[in-house]
Design a protein around this ligand. Structure first.
Ligand SMILES: [Fe+2]
Length: 455
């Protein structure tokens, strides 16, 4: 067994690609589309220390139509992976190691983090900001790098947002080494880069997400980045600088970099936003916030990403664009992550969000799903079957859905004990299990997933 927690147990990678019918599935006829999850899954034995963020991107997908399903898994054929396949071995080290002499680049852009459906393509995106890699659905074949007719100036970070009403894609990108350290951009419904503005942030940091409203985009400038003292000593380590401001920025969707209104908030880091909306003069953001990302003490029941403790709380910031005031409220203390909403109305004020509840395990996995009523700040719990753990949930609207939560919560659950995974479908209103469809093999808990309707 590997010494690294994200190569063990529910995170153990699979060894190859796959395509198979899902047998014994009793799926609803009004569930039509593809559930796709991006997962780090190293193709070759890692060189040195392994971090969960290092593995090559592999997409696991369950495509559902006429109450039948097909499971597929394909590695994302990034330039870095292609070079390693040609060499027949790993060429890149991960983020916990120094690059090896002769490596094609300091780090491999694996596109292993999020999936965004835009302009008829599934874009696989990387947490450290990389080249989007376009995939076809339902085949999962790699189409290739997506640079929007060559206009993308540098990279795109993992969490880009699509406004289903306009079809526009809002994104950010960042660099830890070269200015500008942060840019914000918009791509049209048909794939033209409309803008890409440099944003004045405090320095090189590791932002992870944004949020959109119909008129604005919320940017997160939070002080998580390389530990500068460790970097000077030749070590790569993540640091959280509590003395440096934590800020939220609100920019008009098509605005200039100079138009950002900044709001200083209590020190925190947030991997993921839940939602943002406009309310009179206010822009409101809800996110999963970690107050003490790098605690001096750790216990084995706190999920860790190397040195980062994953103890997020559901928090709401109300930012008044007229007065510059910001109000902070913690809606719930239950540690939850990987929030998703009904993506058909992303950017509008939503009532419901769907999260994974953190299991008290060293590596991140979910022992329950939570459905939040964001208007009330309350949640209902769907327990994952005992001995099984869930990855990120997605919301799949029923065909001809009548309301925001008229549909299904879909995800993959896995059990090492049973050496199995299942496609789990839960009625999003009653929270009753609709079906547990066995997949042909156990697949690892991964990163982000999406539901693509009708494809
Ligand atoms: Fe993420």
């Amino acid at each position: 067994m590997s010494e690294y927690p994200y190569l063990q147990g529910e995170h153990t990678p699979v060894t190859g690609e796959a395509e198979a019918s899902v047998l014994k599935a009793e799926l609803p006829k009004d569930l039509v589309g593809t559930f796709a999850r991006n997962s780090p899954n190293p193709r070759f034995e890692p060189l040195g220390k392994y971090h969960w963020f290092d593995g090559d991107g592999m997409v696991h997908a369950v495509s559902v139509r006429d109450a039948a399903a097909t499971y597929r898994a394909r590695w994302i054929q990034t330039d870095g992976l292609r070079a390693e396949v040609e060499a027949g071995k790993a060429l890149f080290t991960g983020i916990l190691e120094k690059p090896r002499p002769g490596a094609p680049a300091p780090l491999k852009d694996t596109a292993n983090t999020d999936l965004v459906w835009h302009n008829g393509k599934l874009l696989a995106l990387w947490w450290l900001s990389g080249t989007p890699c376009a995939l076809a659905l339902p085949s999962l074949e790699t189409i290739g790098p997506e640079r929007f007719n060559g206009a993308l100036p540098r990279t795109m970070a993992a969490h880009a947002k699509v406004d289903a009403a306009s079809g526009e894609l809002m994104f950010f990108e960042f660099s830890l080494f070269k200015a500008p350290f942060y840019r914000y951009g918009v791509v049209s419904k048909t794939g033209e880069l409309l803008s890409c503005e440099a944003i004045d942030v405090a320095g090189p940091r590791i932002p992870h997400d944004i949020a959109i409203t119909p008129r604005f985009t919320v940017l997160l400038d939070l002080p998580l980045g390389w530990d500068t003292a460790a970097l000077a000593a030749g070590k790569r380590r993540i640091g959280f600088d509590r003395e440096s401001p934590s800020r939220l920025g609100v920019i008009p969707r098509h605005g200039k970099g100079s138009q950002v209104k900044w709001f200083t908030i209590s020190p925190c880091y947030a991997y993921h936003t839940v939602n943002a909306y406009e309310d009179g003069p206010n822009v409101v953001l809800v996110a999963c916030a970690i107050d003490d990302p790098i605690p001096s003490k750790r216990d084995e029941k706190t999920p860790m990403l190397d040195t980062i403790a994953l103890v997020p709380k559901l928090r709401k910031w109300t930012m008044n664009l007229e007065t510059g005031a910001v109000k902070e409220e913690t809606l719930d203390d239950t540690p939850s992550e990987f929030p998703r909403t009904n993506e058909a109305i992303q950017g509008q004020r939503v009532q419901f969000s769907y999260h994974g509840r953190m299991a008290p395990r060293e590596a991140m996995m979910f022992d329950a799903l939570l459905k939040y009523d964001l208007a009330k700040g309350t949640h209902r719990t769907v327990d994952v079957p005992k001995g099984w753990y869930a990855g990120e949930p997605s919301f799949a609207p029923r065909v001809d859905a009548k309301g925001e939560d008229d549909g299904y919560i879909v995800t993959v659950i896995s059990s090492v004990e049973a050496n199995a995974s299942e496609f789990w479908v839960v009625d999003a209103q009653t929270l009753d299990t609709v079906t547990r469809a066995p997949l042909p093999r156990r697949i690892p808990i991964g990163f982000h997933s999406t539901w693509v309707r009708g494809v």
